[in-house]
Design a protein around this ligand. Structure first.
Ligand code: FES
Length: 201
């Protein structure tokens, strides 16, 4: 009786110890697995973010016809010299053809960003917000605007396959526009107007 009484607790203790060891081992594997999964998930997220950044970098920022990109027009739409400037709401520019040449003026006022208008009766652009005024070529006349209007670079494609691009002031000098097949306004390439009272370079 005495021997049996002492054997039972011993067997129980051995089984309990074994079970505890198995439990500890199982718990240890789970922790490792957990850390492994965390590491794996982190790597996947890192690679995903890196791939996304690469795609974002490689994709063009602006599509054609979207402000910030290029706008393509048929050459027949070019205004003749002396015509009223043509408004292009989508591209946010005025196409103006003066004796200085052809140019695309960014239609946002250089003072605080209002949209100025062409006032034909006064033969100039006028801003409704604080009264700044500009010539048809974008040159500052009067008002609180700190500089003349900004221009966009533009390109003319002629029917012989050649191209004429604007100069450093955003002006295209071409007397005969009848050979222009297409013209392109590069709204991503803005040329800042000179300070009020100064001419374009
Ligand atoms: S925003 Fe044009 S004059 Fe002020």
């Amino acid at each position: 009786m005495t021997t049996r009484a002492t054997e039972k607790p011993a067997a129980y203790t051995a089984r309990a110890k074994k079970a505890e060891e198995e439990k500890v081992e199982v718990s240890g594997i789970n922790r490792r697995e957990f850390l492994y999964y965390i590491w794996g998930a982190s790597m996947v997220m890192l690679m995903g973010a890196g791939s996304g950044a690469l795609v974002w970098y490689l994709l063009p920022r602006f599509r054609a016809g979207e402000f910030g990109g290029d706008f393509f027009f048929d050459g027949s739409l070019l205004p003749a010299v002396g015509m009223e400037p043509q408004d292009n709401p989508q591209g946010r520019f005025w196409l103006s053809n003066t004796e200085d040449g052809l140019m695309a003026l960014y239609k946002v006022c250089t003072h605080l960003g209002c949209l100025y208008k062409w006032v034909g009766t006064n033969n100039r652009f006028e801003c409704p917000c604080h009264g700044s005024k500009f010539q048809a070529n974008g040159l500052y006349i009067e008002g609180p605007a700190p500089r003349s209007l900004d221009r966009f670079e533009l390109t003319l494609r002629l029917d012989d396959g050649s191209e004429v691009t604007s100069d450093e002031n955003g002006i295209v000098h071409l007397d005969d526009l009848s050979h222009v097949d297409e013209f392109i306004i590069h709204t991503g390439k803005r040329i800042l107007g000179p300070p009020a009272g100064q001419d374009y370079a």
